[in-house]
Design a protein around this ligand. Structure first.
Ligand SMILES: NC(=O)c1ccc[n+]([C@@H]2O[C@H](COP(=O)([O-])OP(=O)(O)OC[C@H]3O[C@@H](n4cnc5c(N)ncnc54)[C@H](O)[C@@H]3O)[C@@H](O)[C@H]2O)c1
Length: 251
């Protein structure tokens, strides 16, 4: 028996980085996976690598009609929804002084509205079939202070607060839907590589340095897998830091 045998999981942002790793790992552990992303070619490639148990849907998470389409297609194709991994997001560099209102609103629309819509429509589908698990990718930026990521930190803080609100609402309604947030520090993905001018970091070098702040996408995917399984059935409304004690040592 695999750890998520037969569960149907939607993973947003599954064409790249952490989302890609989540999709591959959940599929290896027996899940049927719906991969969504704006990047169609890379997303289809990951789905093809998985095979029959994977479906790719082009999806802008900031669009309500796209969410309705993703949930409808998932139910038509796989018959149910057990797990949503709200993972897709954008990073934006800028302090309070150099972030424009336009950039602020763009970040909140994707990283905030996108997660709200995902939770809203997933709950509707999950409560019909007896429950599920929603996993929201937040960041240590939601918990500590990162002066150079003002809009991004705010969006990730909103995700953490919304997660707690949803967890308690679903518990009070008796839905058996859990909702948790995951808070990584640095993860070696194209998102962070963009900050280093596109230079890929050598994971082997990172692995040799116990002080390094960067982990591999698989380190996050393992936590996502745990939250997707019934092994975590009593973990609800939690903020799970995956940061090698960085936050408690001061960001
Ligand atoms: N990489 C890190 O260091 C780090 C740290 C903390 C939290 N996170 C969070 O982890 C998650 C995954 O990050 P990653 O590093 O794998 O990023 P990534 O940039 O490698 O992948 C993000 C994916 O999301 C997709 N995407 C962007 N906007 C979208 C939209 N509007 N609709 C649909 N898809 C969209 C992109 O096409 C891309 O494939 C994000 O929520 C991020 O904020 C990452």
């Amino acid at each position: 028996m695999q750890r998520v045998e037969g569960k149907v999981c939607i993973i947003t942002g599954a064409a790249s980085g952490i989302g890609r790793e989540d999709a591959l790992l959940l599929a290896r552990e027996g899940a049927k996976v719906v991969l969504t992303d704006l990047n169609e070619s890379a997303g289809r490639e990951v789905a093809a690598q998985i095979g029959n148990n994977a479906l790719f849907i082009r999806h802008d998470i900031a669009s309500e009609s796209d969410w309705q389409h993703v949930i409808k297609t998932t139910l038509e194709h796989f018959g149910r929804l057990d797990v949503l991994v709200n993972n897709a997001a954008i990073l934006a560099l800028g302090s309070i002084e150099d972030t424009t209102l336009e950039l602020w609103q763009k970040v909140q629309k994707i990283n905030g509205d996108g997660y709200f819509l995902g939770c809203k429509y997933a709950i509707q589908a999950m409560k019909e079939t007896g429950g599920g698990s929603i996993i929201n990718m937040s960041s240590v930026a939601a918990l500590g202070a990162m002066p150079m990521f003002c809009a991004y930190s705010a969006s990730k803080g909103a995700v953490a607060a919304m997660t707690r609100s949803i967890a308690l609402h679903c518990k009070q309604q008796g839905y058996r839907i859990r909702c948790n947030s995951v808070h990584p520090d640095g993860v070696n993905t194209p998102m962070t590589q963009a900050l280093t001018g596109g230079v890929a970091v050598n994971q082997q070098d990172l692995d040799q340095d116990p002080m390094n702040r960067m982990c591999a996408p698989a380190d996050i995917a393992n936590v996502v897998l745990f939250l997707a399984t019934d092994e975590s059935r009593f973990v609800n409304g939690a903020e799970i830091r995956v940061d090698n004690a960085q936050l408690i040592s001061g960001l």
